[in-house]
Ligand binder design. Structure first.
Ligand SMILES: [Zn+2]
Length: 312
C-alpha cells in the first residue's frame, strides 16, 4: 500500500509538471479517469480493459443523492484527464468541483430522458424559484435501469477514450462492441423473465423513483414511490404515506422494492402497515467487488430475478 501511495504521489507530481503541455492521453499507457458512480466505472472498465483504472466518487453502497464531497474528491476531479458523469441532475452535489475538471463527459448524452414526477431538488424550498436556472430540473437521472441506455453510455465512453487515446481506439471499439452484445443479451433475457409475471401484476412500488426507465422498457406500472421524487432527499408526509398505503391495498401489490442506498425505515413502515413484503434491490450503486451485484450485468440479473420472484 505504501508503495502504491508513493507511486500515486509521484504520478501526481509528474501530472502537475506536465500540466502546461497538452495531455497526451495514452502515449504513456494510462489515462487518469474518474467516474461519478460505480455503475459508470463498471462501464468504463468494460470499454477500457486494463488500460484505465477508473476511480469512483460515490463509493459502493452510498446514496448519490445525499453524498457530500470530501476534500480528496476535489483534488481527484482536478487531477483527472476525464471525469465521466451520469448527468441529468444526478451529480448536483459535485457541481462546485466539476468546474475545475479538464474534461467532463456526460455519459447519458443522447438518451431520451424521462421527466421525474417531482424535481430532483424537491426537498429544496427554493426549488421552484431556481427551476428556470436548472437545465435538468425535474428529469429522472436513473437511466441505467434500461440496458439500452447503458449501450449509449458504452458508445459515449468508447468515443471519448478513442479521442483521448487514438492509438488504442480500435481496442476500445472492439471492447465496446463485445460489451454491447452482452447488454443486448441481457435485455432479451429480461424480456423473457418478465413473461413469468402476469400482466396485471407488473406493478412496482419502490423507495424513491428509480425504476421509471425499467418500467417503460419492460411494461411495468410504477404504482408509487414511498419517498416521492427522483431524489432521496424529499421527506414523506403522513398524508402521502397514507395515500400510497391505500393504493397498495386497493391494487393488491405484493411487495415494495427498496434500494441498497437508502434507509429502509419508511418502506419497513409501509410493509408493516399493509402486510406486504419488503424486497431489497440494488438501485443507484453496485456492491463492493465480491458482492452479489459487483458488475452491472450482475446488478440487473439480481434485480430482475427478485422482481420476478416477488410478483409472479
Ligand atoms: Zn436515485
Amino acid at each position: 500500500m505504501l508503495t502504491n501511495k508513493f507511486f500515486l504521489i509521484m504520478s501526481l507530481i509528474v501530472l502537475v509538471a506536465a500540466a502546461c503541455s497538452p495531455l497526451s492521453g495514452g502515449q504513456n499507457g494510462t489515462i487518469n479517469v474518474i467516474a461519478s458512480t460505480t455503475l459508470i466505472a463498471d462501464t468504463v472498465q468494460r470499454v477500457a480493459g486494463d488500460r484505465v483504472n477508473a476511480s469512483i466518487i460515490y463509493p459502493a453502497g452510498t446514496d448519490p443523492h445525499s453524498f457530500e464531497p470530501r476534500p480528496q474528491d476535489a483534488a481527484a476531479i482536478a487531477d483527472a484527464d476525464i471525469v465521466f458523469i451520469n448527468g441529468l441532475g444526478l451529480e448536483e452535489n459535485l457541481e462546485g468541483l466539476l468546474g475545475n475538471a479538464r474534461l467532463v463527459v456526460e455519459v447519458s448524452e443522447g438518451i431520451t430522458a424521462l421527466e421525474g414526477e417531482q424535481g430532483h431538488d424537491a426537498e429544496d424550498e427554493h426549488a421552484e424559484e431556481d427551476a428556470d436556472e436548472e437545465e435538468h430540473e425535474g428529469l429522472d437521472p436513473h437511466v441505467w435501469q434500461d440496458p439500452n441506455n447503458v449501450i449509449i453510455w458504452t458508445n459515449n465512453i468508447a468515443a471519448t477514450l478513442a479521442e483521448k487515446d487514438p492509438a488504442n481506439s480500435t481496442e476500445y471499439r472492439a471492447n465496446a462492441d463485445a460489451y454491447i452484445a452482452e447488454l443486448q443479451a441481457l435485455d432479451s433475457w429480461i424480456v423473457e423473465q418478465v413473461q413469468q409475471i402476469p400482466e396485471d401484476r407488473r406493478l412496482l412500488v419502490t423507495d424513491h423513483e428509480t425504476f421509471a426507465y425499467f418500467a417503460e422498457r419492460y411494461g411495468f406500472e410504477m404504482v408509487g414511490a414511498v419517498i416521492p421524487g427522483v431524489s432521496t432527499g424529499s421527506g414523506v408526509s403522513a398524508q402521502e404515506l397514507a395515500a400510497i398505503e391505500n393504493e397498495i391495498r386497493s391494487l393488491g401489490v405484493p411487495a415494495v422494492f427498496v434500494g441498497n442506498t437508502v434507509p429502509g425505515n419508511i418502506a419497513a413502515q409501509v410493509a408493516a402497515d399493509t402486510g406486504i413484503q419488503v424486497m431489497p434491490l440494488y438501485t443507484d450503486s453496485l456492491t463492493e467487488a465480491g458482492g452479489p451485484a459487483s458488475t452491472y450485468l450482475e446488478f440487473m440479473r439480481y434485480n430482475v430475478s427478485a422482481i420476478v420472484d416477488a410478483l409472479k
